[in-house]
Ligand binder design. Sequence first.
Ligand code: MOS
Length: 728
Amino acid sequence: MREGKMDGPYRPAGLTQAEQGVLGAAVPRIEGPAKVTGTAQYAAEKAPEGTAYAAIVVSAIGHGRVIGIDASAAEAVAGVLVVITDDPRLPAQGGNSRQAPPTGLRDIFYAGQPVAIVVAETPQAATEAAQLVRVESEAAAGRFDAGAETPDTDHGKGFLPPIDAGDLDSALAAAEVVFDQRYTTPAHFPAALEPHATTAWWDGDRLTVRTSNQIIGAARGTIATVLGIDKERVRVLAPFVGGGFGGKTGVGPEAIVAAIAAERVGRPVKIALPRRQTASMVHHRSPTRQRIRIGCDRDGRIGAIAHDSVVAQNEHGDFVEPVPFGSLPLYAGQVRRFRTDLVTVDLPQTGAVRAPGEAVGTFAIECAMDELAHQLGLDPIELRRRNEPEVDPLSGKRFSTRRLLDCYDEGAQRFGWDRRLPTPGARREGDWLIGLGMAAALRGNFTVEAQARVTLGTDGRVLVETDMTDIGTGTYTILAQVAGEMLGLPVDAVEVRLGDSELPPSAGSGGSFGASSAGSAVVLACEDILAELGRRMNAAPEELRLREGCVSVGERRVPLADLTHGEPIQATGKAMPGAETSGTSQASHGAQFAEVAVNAVTGEVRVRRMLGVFEIGRVLNRATAANQAVGGMVWGIAYALQEEAVVDTRTGRFANPDFGEYHVAVNADVPAIECHFIEEVDTSANQVGAKGVGELGISGAGAAVANAIFNACGVRVRDFPVTLDKLI
Ligand code: MOS
């Protein structure tokens, strides 16, 4: 196995120039035809012979104890096989990718917690019977209002420890200009369109779980832990996943429920969570309270910057929304304070939802920069330019690649930023006030340990295998492109197998690390194959030229198939974490621009156009990368204007747990969106030279919309979303 440690720049043989034109091209998704013809199999499709169906009974109270369950009416429903009320392995909530969920039957710590399972011949019978299960509980007072709880400033949880460099109070007291404002963002649902669903079956003591999940290697371990069996006996399948957005990074209760139910009835069991149960059983993004303080001189040069926040979690969750993740290395300033305090609530757990941290942290920091620019009479881009750091302002490390200024310049030029009028409310078309806004985007980059196996077959075709998932992001296609580029093959000569826990373990899809980590593993495996081809050609790998299924060295040209000598050539590559060892500070960057119209009579906001310029290292596929970026920008519109999960603070229940009332941006809300990439291969990030793109597009997108609203009408809303009642 070729292991790739990043302790310096990496220039893989065969990939330095990407001269085949396979990598980076806007290749359409290779699994697209399977999806549109209905042959791609998702978790809840095509049940095996004899499948039964499960439904989950949940707690109506938000805190307290279950003291009795009467299942007699449910058991009397035709088609009901069993009502399970006594299995202590019942998960109380979802797990995350690092931690198994708490299990147990009687103690309730949020409304909507699973308390029993109904298994029936049909989903209809299971659902009907679940409604007839009578749960008797003893309610206790609950902490249902995150905003009313006192923060713990010393919780020690989460992956971003507090940062406190220099004396903030003195620096602010001495600054010529002091900025101090507070911002709030609401709870958000991850809201993947494909349901959280599982089909599970046992073959003797071996369990197969076909589930909708982003990180199946971790899921396998979690499921095994909860069921108390060896993980070698669990196989997890997720060949196609219809969106995850963080909600499927861990194991949902439905996956374990399906396994428990299948064991009990001795048949395969399928379950798809209804949307209203999804809201409480799947984690949501914490609401945030944030405060930005900046001390600068009259020219806007920042000497001190502080981003303080408070987020929520329940007793059993361990995730802490890393609010300042995007603001940490964004601007200069010697005195720096970034912290995330925690309140404990009796509500469903909070967890990673697309772009944990910067999706909401950038509302505060990027609106604050806009406000500060206005206060100083500076153009918002100019203020940012004056505070662009030379090196990582905290660690002092050099940036691997950082083209943020180029993103501002290219974006401003393409968007027509020079047409912005600095005075709010100055541009009017009938009843509509028109404004332009911008924001920076930044997402920290990680490469995570990941393996991939590449096999060159005797027919000259290539097979790529890894337990990586494709959650709609384009993994199948980009891994085919990486292997095709390295081995001189078109994409249709490469087959990619994903989503099976028996394949080499990858990092899965999350944290924007999937493509670069799995892609680097494919690069490393291909380098081993190149080395072997070199031996067979008596040449160094760098001398080989691979084109159109043939290997050339000088005048010699041999088909790949012939070089296999009748035996497949197989190699496994293993990418290793890069950012820590490379000595560089790594992030993806971008600039977001928005034009909005605000109705002067009704306060209605229409986003008219958006444009983003992003720097993401090597672009693996222009089409799928653009899909990621534009999808993030759409989400930014929704976060700015619509999305808000409302907790009824009397009961601890969500008041709007479905798409009828939890509003996301739909086609009518989304204007033409343009995205452009500045490509610079990041040779210190990982072997494939790519940085994360998945979560970059949402970073700053909502702030650009909010800043455009201020420019349009002069109203500054710091409590998101910016609904029309806050503008009139
Ligand atoms: Mo992401 S929120 O790590 O899927």
